[in-house]
Design a binder for this molecule. Structure first.
Ligand code: NAD
Ligand code: WQD
Length: 338
């Protein structure tokens, strides 16, 4: 299949490229490198021993996007490109709406012009907001609590409307839980700019000695040990879900939202302990106040993914931490080390 991959140079994108190339797909990556390094794509080429097209461009630039799609004439699009920092979205909401929502509208218009009717979209469990019940199934009410989450919910709605209005269109909205870990080679992984916003890359940098200690945001939640619990999903499992979603999208029309998680919740303290085992290092932590906006628990219902995509996660938190540590310890400065 010819697959056009927006945001393919990023964390989840690069891991997915490797599996797409291994499966023999022909690819065009479209990325503006606003949160990625070209070195990551060089490493994907080395690891896969395969080549692919690359267009450096911005999804907000409708004309460039239209030309790129028309030139490549894809059978399907995987749409990773977007901004993803919750805190930044509170400070710069218009940047988020323009990048994530306008960019996605441009993409669908360019797909229309190129006659492409199949899309897999990177959505997020954050669209559910505060849990009314757990685990979150796909019918849980959608009530995001920050601008980033609202952009994801809006784009889901735009894609659903586009699917209804476009004959033979097919869309899969993948709602990722908490993606972590790295490729087994240790050559690609998550490379956040500045201070990491998320738990796993922060732990990794503490283990590497780049940060002094981890601040645990609250230990008075109603969980096993009082710290927040999340459904961490290995990025390699997540990448595999995209291949399954592509196949599924090719087999039907209409729009489906599908969770991508493991169904298992891990607390902050449990993740720290797993990372200590994986790295052989003891990690300094301090407990501080809760982070505003955080929920106690999040966990995916996984039946729909198993049923429709025939996909299930394989890896547990130990494998997630081991792969993260291989990447972190082998690339202490991320892709900037090259
Ligand atoms: P990432 O930042 O590593 O990757 C996003 C990629 O999109 C980057 O390569 C960036 O340069 C590119 N990009 C951003 N804006 C662009 C634009 N206007 N034009 C062209 N390219 C642009 O993030 P990721 O973790 O790989 O996330 C990929 C997608 O998955 C995002 O849409 C994100 O919102 C979503 N998601 C991520 C998580 C997570 O925790 N990592 C969870 C749920 C959903
Ligand atoms: C996990 C747990 C924190 C950092 C965010 C986004 C969400 C999604 C994934 C894209 C929580 C605790 C964290 C730290 C800590 N992204 N923590 N110390 O908040 O579940 O989700 O990333 O769609 O939209 O909101 O993930 O990794 O930030 O936090 O104690 O330094 O770790 O309180 O319990 P979260 P996270």
């Amino acid at each position: 299949m010819k697959v056009f991959v927006t945001g393919g140079a990023g964390y989840i994108g690069t891991h997915t490229l490797l599996q797409l190339l291994a499966a023999g797909h022909e690819l065009c990556v479209f990325d503006n490198f606003s949160n990625a390094s070209p070195v990551a794509l060089t490493r994907v080429r080395q690891l896969s021993n395969r080549d692919f097209d690359l267009v450096e461009g911005d999804i907000r630039d409708a004309a460039t996007l239209r030309h790129a799609l028309a030139d490549f004439a894809p059978d399907a699009v995987i749409h990773f490109a977007g901004l993803k920092a919750v805190g930044e979205s509170n400070d710069k909401p218009l940047l988020y709406y323009e990048n994530n929502v306008t960019g996605s509208v441009n993409l669908l218009a360019a797909m229309d012009a190129a006659g492409c009717r199949r899309i897999v979209f990177s959505s997020s469990a954050t669209v559910y907001g505060e849990a009314q019940y757990l685990p979150f199934d796909e019918d849980h009410p959608i009530a995001p609590t920050n601008p980033y989450g609202r952009t994801k919910a809006m784009v889901e709605g735009v894609i659903a409307d586009w699917t209804k209005a476009t004959p033979n269109a097919s869309a899969v909205l993948l709602r990722y839980f908490n993606p972590v870990g790295a490729h087994e080679s240790g050559r690609i992984g998550e490379d956040p700019r500045g201070i990491p916003n998320n738990l796993m890359p922060y732990i990794a940098q503490v283990a590497a000695g780049r940060r002094e200690k981890l601040s645990i945001f609250g230990d008075d939640y109603p969980t096993r040990d009082g710290t927040g619990e999340r459904d961490y999903i290995h990025v390699v499992d997540l990448a595999a879900a995209h291949l399954a979603a592509l196949e599924y999208a090719a087999s039907k029309t209409g729009c489906e939202a599908i969770n991508v998680g493991t169904g298992q919740a891990t607390t902050v303290k449990e993740l720290v302990a797993a990372y200590e085992r994986a790295s052989g290092r003891s990690l300094p932590v301090e407990v501080i106040a809760r982070r505003s906006g955080d929920v106690a628990s999040s966990c995916a219902a996984t039946a729909k993914a198993a049923d429709l995509l025939r996909w299930r996660s394989e890896f547990g938190v130990d494998a997630m931490c081991e792969s993260s540590w291989r990447w972190q310890s082998g690339n202490p400065h991320g892709f900037a080390g090259d």
